[in-house]
Write a protein that binds this ligand. Structure first.
Ligand code: UD1
Length: 418
């Protein structure tokens, strides 16, 4: 599938932001922690979420899905082995390890897949579970976990991994006693997962800080929940306004969680108004380069917005540097931006960008989800037509990005390759 983009249009208008992928995925995984039905609303209709629903069904759960509403009932769940092929397609399948262990005291998973943006090992997930007494055996890409002697305990993460923090929380929420996670990730989606578990009867304190305390409860019960809105989708749409010199208003925005992104957009000359859950952006005709951006775990600048900022920096006035600290191989989109006329020099984790006045339409290829979104943003600004190949990768995290952009006045066509 490809996006065909006619560039050069100024974006203007209002959009409502959908539920967050990175909140919905662990929340769907956590739904199997109870035998009661869980109702979720406002879930984004994106590929990774649908695949997670498929995995839950294969494990024996009853999953019903209409639009943004999911009903998951794990009463009939009987499998503790993750389906091989699907798990390889989404990295978030690893989120099921903690919940399956909690349910069955055993789990078998294969190494997960996902976007090609680095090595993405799962050693932190496994060492966290080992600290809870899980016996983990790795054998030719298959991981067999025996949780018969699981217990609450102290978990120290060497690095604040989002997924590892979530997995340990889900494994521990029903273990008798207190589990403490030290050096936990502080991403807002972790706070959202803990809020959801709280609605199910879980007792968790400290989510959003580096120390999380989990008081194990006997059982969790069903609930109805709406995952938080997607701060990365919101950030991407603000960037679409910014790169086209436009005016964009977004509603249902987790404003507090977007400070790092908004600060950079202001540095580039955009005017932003924040009010309750609404953000308005007014962009100058030409952006100004920031001197330096470094991605960091939250509350630092999110790695999932790095590619989009690289697109913006490509057309800004001046020279700027981006350092990618979270993933070791996340500049795959730079070469394609250069094909469009950008001047980006990458070395290891650093990209040095000399802003150009204009980009030119070209045939480019999405190599990962956010990189694909960044190329689409660049295409909005480029003169002439751009084809973004492999745009199906963008569907992993955006619900019809082309429709959202078109509602703001863009001209993006989805062409299916048959
Ligand atoms: C989550 C997000 C992803 C985001 C990332 C960082 C979801 C579904 N995905 O991914 O969009 O880009 O956080 O904000 O929520 N690492 C290890 N060993 C591990 C685990 C991670 O070395 O066991 C490394 C990774 O290779 C990476 C870094 O830690 O370099 C961050 O990864 P992590 O925070 O775990 O990201 P994910 O949970 O995979």
């Amino acid at each position: 599938m490809e996006f065909v983009v006619q560039g050069g249009r100024r974006l203007e208008g209002t959009l409502r932001v959908d539920g967050a992928k990175n909140a919905a995925l662990p929340i769907l995984a956590a739904s199997v922690l109870t035998e009661d039905a869980v109702h979720l609303t406002g879930v984004p209709d994106i590929l990774d979420v649908r695949r997670m629903g498929d995995i839950l069904q294969i494990l024996g759960c009853d999953v019903q899905h209409t639009g943004g509403t999911y009903r998951v009932c794990a009463q009939s769940m009987h499998k503790s082995e993750m389906p091989d092929a699907l798990s390889k397609q989404i990295r978030s399948s690893i989120f099921l390890l903690g919940p399956i262990l909690s349910r069955f005291r055993k789990a078998t998973v294969t190494y997960p897949g996902g976007c090609e943006i680095g090595l993405r090992p799962i050693d932190l997930h496994l060492s966290g579970l080992r600290a809870l007494g899980v016996d983990v055996q790795e054998d030719g890409g298959v991981i067999r976990c025996d949780g018969s002697h699981m217990h609450a305990g102290d978990v120290h993460l060497d690095y604040p991994s989002v997924g590892a923090t979530e997995n340990v929380i889900m494994a521990a929420v029903c273990l008798p006693g207190t589990t403490t996670i030290h050096n936990a990730a502080r991403e807002p989606e972790i706070v959202d997962l803990c809020r959801f578990l709280g609605c199910m009867g879980g007792k968790i304190e400290g989510a959003g800080s580096a120390t999380i305390l989990i008081e194990g409860v006997k059982r969790l019960h069903g609930t109805t929940y709406t995952p938080m809105p997607d701060r990365i989708v919101a950030g991407t749409l603000l960037c679409a306004g910014a790169i086209t010199g436009g005016e964009v208003e977004l509603t249902n925005v987790p404003v507090e969680d977007l400070h790092a992104v908004c600060a950079k957009l202001r540095e580039m000359g955009c005017v932003l108004h924040e009010e309750a859950d609404i953000i308005r952006l007014i962009a100058p005709q030409r952006l100004t380069a920031f001197s330096m951006l470094q991605t960091q775990p939250h509350p630092g600048f999110p790695t999932d917005m790095q590619a989009q900022m690289l697109a913006l920096l490509s057309v800004a006035e001046g020279t700027g540097v981006i350092v990618e600290n979270v993933f070791e191989n996340r500049f795959g989109h730079a070469g394609d931006l250069n094909r469009m006329g950008a001047r980006i020099l990458c070395s290891g984790r650093t990209a040095i960008v000399r802003g150009v006045e204009n980009l030119t339409g070209a045939h480019v290829t999405a190599r990962d989800l956010r990189g694909g979104a960044a190329l689409t943003l660049a295409a909005l600004r480029a003169q002439g037509e751009t084809i973004v190949d492999h745009a199906e990768l963008i569907d992993r995290g955006y619900d019809h990005l082309e429709d959202q952009l078109n509602r703001l006045g863009a001209a993006v066509k989805r062409i299916s390759s048959t």
